[in-house]
Design a binder for this molecule. Sequence first.
Ligand code: NAD
Ligand code: MG
Length: 302
Amino acid sequence: MNDQVSDTAKGLEDPRDKHPKPPFNKQFQPFPGLAGKMDPVPDHGEKSYVGSGRLAGRKALITGGDSGIGRAAAIAFAREGADVAINYLPEEESDAQEVITLIEEAGRKAVAIPGDLREESFCEKLVHDAADQLGGLDILVNNAGHQKSNESILDISTEAFDRTMKTNIYAPFWIIKAALRHLKPGSSIIGLSSVQAYDPSADLYDYAQTKAATTSYVKSLAKQLGPKGIRVNGVAPGPVWTALEVSGGQTQENLVKFGDDTAFGRPGQPAELASIFVQLADNTGSFATGQIYGSAGGSGQP
Ligand code: NAD
Ligand code: MG
């Protein structure tokens, strides 16, 4: 038996008690929030993700790579052999620097490009700088997202609506357009959908529609770019313990019981989604395009 097999045989992990369960302490951080200040601090795979060269030599850009699901993807990509550029907001520098250190500890090149994705000119510069510093680009993860809970549609100002749309819909549009000149056949684009695309919550009127839009852009673009050899897929998480949820994404009431309605009675941790991103980027997943991969703890697909 090789080491890998014996390790697996040793360690069955029970998904029910693998990670923290509600009730969680009430906590609020101003947007965008820091993973490092959450209680408990999310598990992004820092201590657990083991790579096996699946993305050797690949070059990835991950928006929102400082924290949460994007950080889990960044750690996994680096440990699989990819060089990784991350984008984030300037307020998130401390989270971002932790990720930069983790990528470098994996022996890969790390590129940090802070900036606000609501500006078209910044999105273009981001892609240009990432490709320039990485020496190319063949994995693009449009992961950054804005979510703000509002009890009523009447509470959503035009400015707030615009922030959600610009971050979640316009930014991927601008970034993909800028990235196309770099993406060669074999490249992979990954978008972040959500259970909200299929079963929207009453308090996420604006956010939910951006996730439905993401599902649709993934399916449209997969058909458009398939003939060019570029794959486009999406990931649809359920409740995952991240900074977005403690910085206005959920009401305090929902946060305390966050994830209690899943089959395991707990939210997911970012680390539990990392391998999906690897699979979608890897050459071995070459027939998967236009697909939405769910990871929601028991519900969430149509
Ligand atoms: P997160 O807060 O850790 O990550 C979101 C990131 O978006 C932030 O780190 C920030 O860098 C970035 N961002 C937001 N506005 C930005 C802007 N204007 N300019 C640049 N960057 C900006 O939270 P997360 O939960 O890991 O979110 C990642 C993705 O997963 C999002 O698209 C989110 O909608 C999606 N998602 C999350 C959940 C969940 O339960 N956490 C469920 C379904 C989908
Ligand atoms: Mg963050």
